[in-house]
Design a protein around this ligand. Structure first.
Ligand SMILES: [Zn+2]
Length: 465
């Protein structure tokens, strides 16, 4: 069945066709590791994880690469301000390496709790400085750069289609540009590929390069690492919608200026999450990390469930009430998964099972419509009469390959149904009366009901088949 994804490049749902049939090369913009991972990250990476799971569910082989930004991301997201990690190291009186290691661990701990599968390749920016220098050299050779007193810049006016991802009106941008902080920049949209170390301050992280001692710009990191592991053109690039106008626009510009080839086929962006109806910010105190989730006694998997009830392209408003309600629903689902493991006598309709499978695939392949896929699961649980408990259980476990709610860990309690218990007593009586024929018949009946009996020395062992 075909997969459709909303491609920001072109602003429409498109049929997904990988460059190499059967294989998907996907790059996810990773976190800048200078602070605790928060609910906005959780939303973004549960989305990426669900996307990867959906692709795999379709039988595609996925190479999932994610970067860790541990240098070069400046406080104003452009080319001004301080390096976020250097600044944090200064305030915490730690080395930049300690900072990035600590928050990288925090990020992956949180991801594990959300059952987000680790990408196939996790690459740190500081491990790929040479790749970045080589890429800047290539862009320089192709004539797209110029040097200022603080770095090597990309001349966006040299690229015909600069801003195509965001649909930027470059002329309009030029006219409306606020007073440029950096008067040496030729165009408002120009950005740094390599920044020189400041003369008045010693940076903890800096590298020698043919351009001068310094550090890479944030954007060049993603271009260099994605192309290193996935090639000059690859299938999917993800990130938050906030990356569209600058970070991803600049990734495209510098990559295509370097290679002359199309950089990425599908740009897939997740929307923002707000908390309590407001944009998250530290000053408002609505900036929730995993420890806040746990302090509020919310199961992290309930957060995952909550995210699945929204489409990744719509803005999700997180409240503690919505988290609690998602947890209640998840617990009800778990209870159903327990109940469904108790056998019933219903015969399944093969056509019905197929119908559910196809519908499920239809929903998830339609730009990851997880809300509809969840509704389908609830319809199966609550309304479907033509499918047995066992087959419902199996179907839901199959759906959970995409949902990632760990439903396979829900085990039936070792409680033997009353009916079976009564039959066991009857059989014991028959055996005591040496009526072995009757005893065997009862044993067969119990077997038909899904339980196996084993006569031990002084008691009968019962096991669910
Ligand atoms: Zn990136």
């Amino acid at each position: 069945m075909e997969i459709k994804l909303f491609n920001t490049m072109g602003r429409q749902k498109q049929v997904f066709e990988p460059i190499i049939p059967g294989e998907v090369k996907l790059y996810a913009c990773g976190p800048t590791v200078y602070d605790y991972a928060h609910i906005g990250h959780f939303f973004a990476y549960v989305f990426v994880d669900t996307l990867v799971r959906m692709l795999k569910y379709n039988g595609l082989k996925v190479t999932h690469v994610m970067n860790i930004t541990d240098v070069g991301h400046l406080t104003d997201d452009a080319d001004e301000g301080e390096d976020k990690i250097e600044r944090k190291a200064e305030t915490e009186k730690k080395s930049v390496w300690e900072i990035s290691e600590y928050y990288t661990k925090d990020f992956f701990d949180a991801m594990e709790k959300l059952n987000v599968e680790k990408p196939d390749i996790v690459c740190k920016a500081t491990d790929h400085i040479e790749d970045m220098i080589n890429l800047v050299k290539k862009i320089e050779e192709n004539g797209y750069t110029y040097k200022t007193s603080d770095g090597i810049y990309f001349d966006t006016s040299k690229l015909q289609d600069y801003g195509k991802l965001a649909g930027l009106n470059i002329e309009g941008l030029k006219e409306g540009a606020r007073v440029e902080k950096n008067p040496e920049k030729k165009n408002h949209t120009d950005f740094a590929l390599w920044k020189f170390s400041p003369k008045d301050k010693k940076r903890q992280m800096e590298w020698k390069s043919p351009f001068g001692k310094g550090f890479p710009g944030w954007h060049i990191e993603c271009s260099a690492m994605s192309m290193r592991y996935l090639g000059e053109t690859f299938d999917i690039h993800t990130g938050g919608i906030d990356h569209i106008p600058v970070h991803h626009t600049n990734e495209i510009a510098q990559s295509e200026a370097a290679t002359g080839k199309n950089f990425v086929s599908y740009w897939v962006h997740n929307n923002f999450i707000t908390t309590n109806g407001e944009k998250m910010s530290k000053s408002k105190g609505n900036f929730y990390a995993m420890k806040d989730i746990e302090e509020n006694k919310i199961d992290p998997l309930a957060i995952r469930y909550l995210f699945l009830t929204a489409n990744y392209r719509t803005q999700l408003n997180f409240t503690w009430e919505s988290a609690e309600s998602a947890e209640n629903t998840l617990n009800t689902l778990r209870e159903h998964m327990r109940l469904l493991q108790e056998p019933d006598n219903r015969q399944s309709s093969f056509e019905k099972i197929e119908e559910y499978k196809q519908k499920f695939l239809g929903f998830i392949n339609d730009d990851l419509n997880t809300p509809e896929a969840l509704s389908l699961m609830w319809k199966l649980i609550r309304e479907e009469k033509e499918i047995s408990s066992k087959d419902k259980y199996e179907l839901i476990l199959d759906f959970d390959r995409v949902f990632g709610l760990k439903l396979n860990e829900i085990r039936i309690e070792e409680k033997i149904p009353e009916k079976i218990q009564k039959l066991i007593v009857d059989r014991e009586e028959a055996r005591e009366n040496k009526n072995y024929e009757k005893a065997d018949k009862i044993r067969d009946k119990i077997k038909e009901m899904g339980y196996d009996l084993q006569d031990a020395k002084d008691r009968v062992k019962v096991r669910k088949v």
